[in-house]
Design a binder for this molecule. Sequence first.
Ligand code: ATP
Ligand code: MG
Length: 498
Amino acid sequence: MNDVVLSMRDIDKRFAGVHALKQVDFELREGEIHALVGENGAGKSTLVKALTGIFPKDSGEIHYMGKLFNPQGPKEALDAGIAIVHQELNMMEHLTVAQNIFIGRESTKRTSWILDEKSQNQRAAELFKRLNVDIDPTELVRNLTVGRQQMVEIAKAVSHNLKVLVLDEPTAALTDREIEDLFAIMRDLASKGVGMVYISHRLDEIGVITDRVTVLRDGEYVGTRATKDLSKEEMINMMVGRVIYEKPKEKSSVPKDASVVLKVENLNAGRLVQDVSFELRRGEILGFAGLMGAGRTETMRALYGADKSSGDIWVNGQKVTINNPIDAVKRGIGYLSEDRKRFGLAVNLSVEENVVMASLEELSPHAFINRKEFDKVAETYVDKLTIRTPSIDQIVNNLSGGNQQKVVIAKWLIKNSSILIFDEPTRGIDVGAKSEIYHLMNELVAEGKSIIMISSELNEVLRMSDRVAVMCEGKLTGFLDIEEATQEKVMHLATLRM
Ligand SMILES: Nc1ncnc2c1ncn2[C@@H]1O[C@H](COP(=O)(O)OP(=O)(O)OP(=O)(O)O)[C@@H](O)[C@H]1O
Ligand SMILES: [Mg+2]
C-alpha cells in the first residue's frame, strides 16, 4: 500500500449562516486518485479550498508529507507541491494561453519581453504536446471555448512540480474525447506518484478513473470506500440518501400536428456555423449533440443575436430579425448560457436580484417595484429548484457552483420565454438536482413551451430529447428521432466530417 501523503482530520468551517464543514476527515495516498463526491453544497469545494489555503479552516488538522501543514495562501500550497484546478474558471481572458500558464512566475533573468514571450510560448507548446492537447499558446484565452479554457487550467496546474493535484469538476465542460485525454494525463501523473483529489458529479467517470471514493453530505463526512467495491447505486445512496433511476426516453411526446414555433434557415456565422437549418415544434425538446467545437453554442449565440450572423428566422410563422439578445427576448426566446459567469449571472448581487432581474418588466409592468412580490417569486423558485442558500439575500458568489447554475435556470423560468435554449443546463449539477431540473424541463414542454438543449452528456441527450440534432465542425450532420437514436448513431454523426 502506498504511503499517505495527505491527511485531514476534523476539518470544520463556518460561513455566515452556513456550517459548510462539520469535522470532516479525508486522506490521500501517493499516486492515488481519490474521488470526493456529494450533492451541490455538500462542502467539496470548501474542503479543498481549506486544503489549498484559499481560506483558513476554523479548526482541525492537516498533515502533509508527515508534517503539520497550514498554508496561508494558494501560493504557499503551490510551492509545497499542492495545486488546484478550480470549478469556476478564473483566467485572464485578455492574455494569451501561454501568458496565463506562466503568470506570476515569469523567468527572473529576463533579457527582453520579446524573448520571454517566445520562450513562454515554446514551453507552453511543449507542455501541450506532452499532454497531447492541441491548443495554440499564442491564442487569446477569451477566444477559447470554456472546455478549452479548462484544458489550459489543467496544463497550468500540471506544469508545476506536484505531489498533490486537486481537480474540482475538471470534466464538467469537456467532451468525451477530451475527458479521455485528461484521464491519460491523470494516469500518467498517478504512475509518477502524484496523489489526486477528483471532484465530479459524473458518477460513471468516478468508476473508471478513481481508486477510492469519499462521500460528503451536508458538510458531514459519510464514508470512504474502495471504488471497485462500490456500485453507482450505493454511491448515490450515500450521497443523497435515496435511489434515483435514469432511463432514456423511448418515444417522442410531441403531438404529430404540433406547430412549428421556430424555423431557422441557412444560418451562418463564421467557421462554426455553416448553413444551419432546423425547425423546433411546440412542446418539443430538441437535443443538440456534438463534440466540443462542433458549433452548437455558436449556432445558438447567432440565433440569439449575441454574435453577428446571416440567415432567415421565423418565430411562430412570422419572419423576424434578431440583431441582438434584446430582440430575441422580445420574440420570447431565452438563452441559458453555458458560461454562467460571463453571461448568466451577476455574481456580486443577491440570489433574489439575479432571479428577478431578467423579469423586471413582467413583474412590475409600471416600473412600480413591488418588493413583496419579488420576494415571493424568488422564494418560490428557490424552493422549486431546491437552491441551497441561507436566504434569498445571499450573494450569488457565495453559493456552491451547482446552486449558482440553478439560479440561472430560475431566472429564465421566470422570464416566461416560450422558446428556451439551454446550453449545458446540468453541468456541475448533482444527481438529485439534475433529476429535478429534468422534471422541470418536462413540465415546461407539457405547458407548451419548447426547448433546445445543448448537452455534452449523451445520456442526458437520450434521456430528455424528443429529437436529436447532431453537429460536426460547424455543420448539421443529421437529425435522429428519439425512437431511433442510440449513442453509436449520435457519435457517428458527430464525427462524420472528421
Ligand atoms: N464564501 C462563502 N460564503 C458563504 N457561504 C459559502 C461560501 N462558500 C461556500 N459557501 C457555502 O458552503 C456550502 C458548501 O459549499 P461548497 O462550494 O463547498 O459546495 P460543493 O460541495 O462544492 O457544491 P457543488 O457541487 O455545487 O460545487 C454551501 O452551502 C455554500 O453556499
Ligand atoms: Mg463545488
